[in-house]
Design a binder for this molecule. Structure first.
Ligand code: DGL
Length: 264
């Protein structure tokens, strides 16, 4: 089983890419909806939640863990790898940034995410380690997650807010934008329009699916341990929040049966 966790349901954008690129493998998803959002919480809180999420997925016999949440990937991935050395743990950072460096012709890259993600500085550090000449423009966009969850993606208000958040990057002529938040692929069109259709937009969810696929090709022992029954996907959440069914259906395009588990 491939275990994927997120702070809530936004991580289903990552599941969507796994369904596309690795449809043969069985996936188990855990959305920590009781503790959502992670993006405004402290490093300590996000790390503690992430440890519990990982323990749960390992108990459910996950052989690989994917951190779909960018906030958790930014502040907790290193700690998780130290605490659970027995299991490969993937995050949504490195693959997307590596792709961004490949795509960026003028070495001007924008990163948008939650406050926790941007505050961590992890993206900037990794980009500079790939190429010290790269100029990074980072922007926390805390209003976007609630707007997306509320279904406001086609509203003029949302476009105005996106314009506000991207104004500095736009004036600096970034040529590549990394969507460092699970929810942002749902606003792809708005980013594209606000940036005058000239900027390459990277969704790290695609990259992590590709990374896991490569990893499984190179590690047949682990690959053999992953069940191959895509009909038996399992979706767990820690609470049934407001409109959770509607939001998840909007992402995956189908109705999902969730099981509620309490990780306390
Ligand atoms: N999943 C979070 C992320 O990608 C967004 C929602 C939240 O703040 O928990 O950072």
């Amino acid at each position: 089983m491939i275990g994927i966790f997120d702070s809530g349901l936004g991580g289903l954008t990552v599941v969507k890419q796994f369904l596309k690129y690795l449809p043969q493998y069985r996936i188990m998803y855990f959305g920590d909806t009781a503790n959502l959002p992670y993006g405004t919480k402290s490093r300590k809180a996000i790390t503690n939640y992430s440890i519990k999420n990982t323990e749960f997925l390992i108990k459910q016999r996950a052989k690989i863990i994917v951190i779909a949440c960018h906030s958790a990937s930014s502040v907790a991935a290193l700690g998780l790898r130290k605490k659970f050395p027995q299991i490969p743990i993937f995050d949504v950072i490195k693959g997307g940034l590596t792709k961004a460096v490949k795509e960026s012709k003028h070495k001007k890259i924008g990163i948008i995410g939650t406050a926790a993600t941007i505050k961590s500085g992890v993206h900037e550090k990794f980009l500079k380690s790939l190429d010290p000449e790269i100029k990074v423009f980072s922007q926390a966009c805390p209003l976007l997650v609630p707007l997306i969850e509320e279904g406001f993606k086609a509203r003029p208000e949302t476009k105005r807010i996106v314009r506000y958040y991207l104004r500095e990057m736009k004036s600096q002529f970034i040529d590549t934008l990394v969507l460092a938040c699970t929810h942002y692929p749902l606003l792809y069109k708005v980013f594209f329009e606000v940036l005058n259709k000239r900027v390459k937009i990277i969704d790290p969810a695609q990259e992590v699916a590709g990374e896991v696929l490569e990893f499984l090709k190179k590690n047949p022992k682990i690959e053999k341990q992953i069940e191959r029954d895509s009909q038996k996907y399992k979706f767990f959440i820690s609470d049934k929040p407001y409109r959770y069914e509607e939001f998840s259906q909007r992402i995956l395009g189908k109705k999902i049966k969730f099981k509620v588990v309490n990780l306390e």
